[in-house]
Design a protein around this ligand. Sequence first.
Ligand code: HEC
Ligand code: HEC
Length: 232
Amino acid sequence: MRILISMLAVTVVAAQQTSVGEKLVNQGDCFSCHAQNGQSVGPSFAAIARRYSGQPSSISQLSAQIRKGGSGDWGDVAMPPHPELTDSQARQMLSWIFSLKGGSPAAKPGAQVYTYKLKNGSTRQLDFPVYTDGKAPNVTKDIFKGYALYNSYCYRCHGTDATGGELAPDLRMSLVTGMSQRTFLSVAMAGKQDKGMPSWAGFLSQEDMIKVYRYVKGRSLDLVPSGRPSSE
Ligand code: HEC
Ligand code: HEC
């Protein structure tokens, strides 16, 4: 009986750790770069849980990684440091992350394609819609939100309506010359502090940054005009 009670107590404490951890992860900037399932700027939390499951000793190393930052374990994008977190908070976050190991990689959304005719006569396929009725002028809510976000946060260096500025490159050109959505999100979330590009993780969510990307993509193909695009 006593054993049963103490086992119960351990389980309850573990469950409490997990839900505190989940709250901390939600409060932090973690979801700017990590999804529960599916690769984004960083590896998914489920993938982290799978990689380190069965290695309890990895917890202290991972806690240090969350607090000090690091790179090279999953790719060449760096995980920024979080000096504001204590070791025990980082461990609580990990306790939630490790509870996800049953998570499966996100199912690929039925890859829908949207085909648009460009002004130069060629056609382009995109994996998101630009217009609400398949053709100009009314842009989707996402693109409109992207326009509004861009012109609140990005315009002062990258130029109004993504036309390039004195301080930072023309993001339309970055996309035209082949920058992928993933690279765009990585640079935008992690920043390049030494080059004057701020990190937006913690200010903008990943969904919002994808809207900014879609707006700039639409601008780069001249499907979205400069100025306030029309919407419904
Ligand atoms: C600006 C983007 C960004 C933010 C914000 C961010 N991460 Fe990361 N994280 C990454 C990247 C990129 C990697 C992969 C780094 C590597 O390859 O070593 C990573 C890796 C990790 C790893 C695995 C480390 C390893 O050694 O395998 C953990 C755990 C982790 N992050 C947790 C968190 C938590 C918890 C938060 C919030 C407090 C957070 N991250 C916030 C980008 C981010
Ligand atoms: C304070 C100025 C500033 C602001 C504000 C800013 N950026 Fe930047 N950004 C830069 C600079 C400077 C660079 C060039 C860094 C370099 O030289 O590699 C850059 C580079 C980038 C790049 C990489 C472009 C390439 O071709 O390599 C992306 C993507 C980007 N910024 C996205 C954004 C987004 C999205 C926003 C708004 C959410 C934003 N930036 C806001 C200064 C800024």
